[in-house]
Design a protein around this ligand. Structure first.
Ligand code: PLP
Ligand code: SF4
Length: 341
């Protein structure tokens, strides 16, 4: 079965009923639901957390006044096409804009899609040359779109070009492919993720334990068995994972797949995503609850990407209170303790 890409296909699968606002939502952002994700949707559950992430909703047509078309300010920090350079020691490199699925809450919602063209060979060369000319760039983060949508040979070529730059110590890949289209994680692909010199780290985007079906778990195992260090990236989303049991189950599932939870992203101010938004106070309360019940291995850092291109900062709950002559420390179970200054 092919990836579902049209409202008609979603209608045939009884995932939507025709509606003018839905058509407007589908117009604003491409649709893609892989067979793997389709197979994990529970049709009996009207609030299915997988369907909610990928099936367009009429709510996407509601644009709130504080929402932004470039929510994390990528454009202000892009010196050459395909590069975002916000921190001195690391850059994002976006070789293409296509993804295996289109997540309705995507922070690059207005950039991703089959219409957004990939970098041409000359543009990719220029992006690599930008990195080569700047010895302060220690880490290159391949993102997009999804870099695993490149043909394995092209991805291998790009990784080799970065590996040949002596000052690049780390190549990091951010991808949703192992979870949503695990069949793409072939031996050839895994082999391309082994640069000879630089360290390669792999961040997997996953928002609910139910996304991790047997094929996804096997794909992650292939990567881990090949020695690729894995970390997890999750977006906090209303109606998908904004309760402590769901987050607890997700983080445990990731750790069981040898994926270390890295970031829990506060949802960005993306246009048309108000129905996914959670308050920072709620996010902090969830993090606090997780701390009391889950091993450190399963604790992500809760971060906010500050609008305007100012980068990410941790916004997790505080555990320190003030007192004139001692620190007040709150433990993970709510107890208060004094600690000498
Ligand atoms: C998120 C991001 C990074 C990576 O940040 P880390 O905190 O190192 O994961 C780097 N550059 C840009 C532009 C980013 O948005
Ligand atoms: S896979 Fe990532 S970049 Fe692509 S639509 Fe989903 S969140 Fe956006």
């Amino acid at each position: 079965m092919p990836t579902l890409r049209t409202l008609k296909a979603l209608e045939r699968e009884r995932l939507v009923t025709p509606d003018a606002r839905l058509a407007e939502a589908a117009e604003a952002m491409a649709i893609a639901i892989t067979p793997e994700m389709l197979g994990l949707i529970d049709r009996a559950d009207p609030a299915d957390p997988i369907a909610r992430q990928f099936v367009p909703s009429a709510a996407e047509t509601e644009i709130l006044a504080n929402e932004l078309s470039d929510p994390i300010g990528d454009e202000a920090r892009s010196p050459v096409k395909g590069i975002v350079h916000r921190y001195p020691d690391r850059v994002l490199l976006k070789p293409l804009h296509v993804c295996p699925v289109y997540c309705r809450f995507c922070f690059r919602r207005e950039k991703v899609g089959p219409g957004g063209e990939a970098l041409s060979a000359a543009e990719l060369d220029a992006a690599v040359a930008y990195i080569k000319a700047r010895p302060e760039i220690w880490e290159v983060i391949l993102t997009g779109g999804d870099p695993l949508m490149l043909a394995p040979r092209r991805l291998a070529k790009l990784i080799a070009a970065l590996d040949a730059i002596g000052h690049v110590g780390v190549i990091r890949i951010h991808s949703r492919v192992p979870v949503v289209d695990p069949a793409r994680v072939t031996d050839e692909l895994v082999a391309s993720l082994k640069p000879r010199r630089a360290a390669l780290w792999f961040a997997v985007h996953c928002n609910h334990a139910r996304e991790l079906g047997p094929a996804a778990r096997a794909a992650l195992a292939r990567l881990a068995d090949a020695g690729v260090p894995l970390m997890g990236q999750t977006v906090l989303l209303a109606g998908v994972n904004d309760d402590v049991e769901t987050l607890d189950a997700l983080m445990r599932a990731l750790v069981r797949c040898r994926v270390k939870p890295y970031y829990l992203h506060h949802p960005d101010l993306v246009r048309g995503t108000g129905h996914f938004r959670v308050s920072v106070e709620r996010g902090q309360a969830l993090m606090k609850a997780l701390r009391g019940r889950l091993s450190g291995l399963g604790q992500p850092t809760y971060v906010l990407d500050v609008p305007g291109g100012h980068g990410k900062v941790p916004i997790g709950p505080g555990y320190l209170g003030d007192d004139p002559d001692a620190l007040l420390v709150e433990d993970a179970f709510g107890g208060q303790h004094r600690y000498p200054r």
